[in-house]
Design a protein around this ligand. Structure first.
Ligand code: ZN
Length: 372
């Protein structure tokens, strides 16, 4: 199907201009709901707002299939942007859309939403046979997939789908991701006047430094990365710090390695704190759970076929980042996160090629066809 770039570019820019940072997606959700309802589709908002402390729930749109008994297909994107797009001034030059540099563009993930809405609108106008669709627009993805985690998967019928949220250009898709483990350690010492009675103090920072000095960070091996990302604590130059909090993460494709590092961190910090007369409180939290899609998975095969038809060489990625795809796959809904070309995401230099928007729309249209 030939696609004119104008309506898709317009759709994208309209959506990108609407402010909607994580936990505050009300405006963008309302705009989408009114569009979808004007096309006579049912759109419901779930109760995620209450459970995650935001002002908006996930949106779920169900569209019956046409001339097919094929199982439903999920399409998903996230409503929130990593920073505000308020005051966005889009600049179009040489087939590329960017902001004027004073805000992000918001192509992550408004481009994904634009591709889905473009497809839905087309379904109301053009007569072609397509699978039943379940569209999910999640909230608060950028802060750790809060919306997807709160989603009632029992209410979804789809067992497979596509997420339009990978920043790489069309052709690429996320095939394998690691599991991420977040940690927070509070090193507890004892406060005292640092000059008058330093002997009475136990310096929490000294404990933290000794405990963490040989914890490996950076790219540890071919499967594993780790980071200590934040250090907080202390009161004043003349007070022995009684509490230092350190947080970080470990990501690995190898669960055994992940467990080893977790154990190492626990043992070493406990041991050092005890030896120095202090204590630690350590918390671990699942950042996201890894997955590995296989070339023979039907959802992968259909994607690769559709990409080849558009002239792309499919590029399965081994990718260290997490997305809603991690939550969906972990809930036994096989989901492929597809490259849509939102380049330089999370920065004011973010841009997208108009060609990527057009090819993305062609790709989605092909994937929803009943015989895709
Ligand atoms: Zn995103």
């Amino acid at each position: 199907m030939e696609i004119n770039s104008e309506p898709i570019v317009e759709q994208f820019i309209e959506l990108a201009r609407i402010d909607g940072v994580s936990f505050k997606e009300r405006q963008i959700a309302d705009r989408i709901m009114s569009k979808v309802k004007s096309w006579n589709y049912e759109c419901i908002e779930d109760s995620a707002a209450q459970s995650i402390g935001g002002n908006t729930g996930n949106l779920i749109i169900r569209i019956p299939g046409k001339n097919t008994s094929a199982p439903p297909l999920l399409l998903a994107a996230h409503l929130d942007t990593v920073a505000s797009t308020s005051g966005l001034e889009p600049v179009i030059r040489d087939g590329i859309i960017s902001s004027d540099g004073s805000t992000i563009l918001g192509a992550d993930n408004r481009a994904g939403i634009a591709l889905i809405l473009y497809t839905l609108e087309l379904l109301t106008k053009k007569q072609f046979d397509h699978r039943p669709l379940e569209i999910v627009f999640t909230v608060a993805e950028e802060k750790g997939m809060y919306g997807a985690r709160a989603l009632d998967f029992g209410a979804l019928r789809a067992k497979e789908g596509y997420i339009l949220d990978c920043s790489r250009r069309p052709g690429a898709y996320v095939a394998t991701t690691p599991t991420a483990l977040d940690f927070n350690i509070a090193f507890l010492g004892r406060a005292s006047h640092a000059a008058v009675s330093p002997e009475k103090g136990i310096n929490a920072l000294s404990i933290a430094m000794q405990a963490l000095c040989d914890f490996p960070v950076g790219r540890i091996d071919g499967d594993t990365v780790a980071n200590i990302g934040s250090i907080k604590g202390g009161h004043a130059t003349n007070v022995v710090p009684d509490r230092i909090e350190v947080s970080g993460e470990i990501r690995s494709f190898d669960q055994t390695r992940l467990n080893e590092l977790r154990q190492l961190l626990c043992e070493k910090t406990h041991h050092v704190a005890e030896k120095m007369g202090g204590k630690i409180e350590i918390d671990f939290k699942n950042g996201f759970t890894g997955f590995k899609l296989l070339p023979q998975d039907p959802v992968v095969q259909r994607l690769e076929k559709a990409l080849r038809k558009l002239g792309y060489t499919p590029e399965p990625l081994v990718y260290y980042g997490g997305s809603d795809a991690n939550v969906f796959n972990n809930k036994h809904l096989t989901a492929v996160n597809i490259g849509i070309g939102a380049s330089n995401p999370h920065s004011h230099q973010e841009f997208i090629h108009i060609k990527d928007l057009v090819d993305g729309a062609k790709l989605v249209l092909d994937l929803v066809r009943k015989d895709a």
